[in-house]
Design a protein around this ligand. Sequence first.
Ligand code: KIV
Length: 289
Amino acid sequence: MSTTFQLDTATSRANPTPAPVKRLTIPAIRRRKKNGTTDQPIVMLTAYTARQAQLLDEHCDLLLVGDSLGQVIYGLPSSVPVTLDMMIAHGAAVVRGSWHAAVLVDLPFGTYEGSPAQAFETSARILKETGCAGVKLEGGEAMAETVRFLTQRGIPVMGHVGLTPQAVNQLGGYGARGRDAAEAEKIIADAKALDEAGAFSIVVEGVVEPIAIAMTEAVNCPVIGIGGSARCDGQVLVVDDMLGMFERVPRFVKRYADVASVISQAAADYAAEVKDRSFPGIEQTYQPK
Ligand code: KIV
């Protein structure tokens, strides 16, 4: 069992934590949407490490420890093999590295779909061992009973509909969803079912824009888009995608930096200095006789 420790900012590499600020709460985020509109759009990014969390925290309302860490951190082919222990280790790191944003942790595939009781056991472990504020799970109408079960027992839940990456084997890939009328209606019905079951917010991923707009208008809780529409109540991106860490990203991702090139260039400069022995040494005060 892991434990949530506080960062010792005096001895670790961590930047000092700023003067204590009150962390955003899930009810405060839920209240952003009033009478169908959100005056202050919700800013959400994924985060997987303590240092990432420190850098992103002040800019975000929500930090999601997404199971996309399977591909992003561990080089796995999909999120299907991600384990609960992985999510807990990274969840605790992100909570340690943040002080303002509310932190959510994804329930990994195979740890919640069996029954509401299984979902409760998994979620309770995540909340206890990471200190996060809530969980996210994939699926629509089929998960509504579970969402109701968790929320009635004190666990805030964010839903996730449209392209649901944990179902990649069923969907056959990561293409946009809702291209025919029947699927579009089903996605909106999924969102309504989660909303009625008590989800405090819903992610809609990889759908054609009219669906994202219709969904945002159809449900009471805030809808967060990723490849949805600018008219959603908020947006989320995988942080490594928007930082430009990968050559290939989904079509809807805007890159805000080219961090991959910066890292590559720094490694090349370092390697060159090691090889030609121009690597700087510590200034010597001790002179051997
Ligand atoms: O796992 C993840 O990063 C996600 C986001 C894409 C919403 O679920």
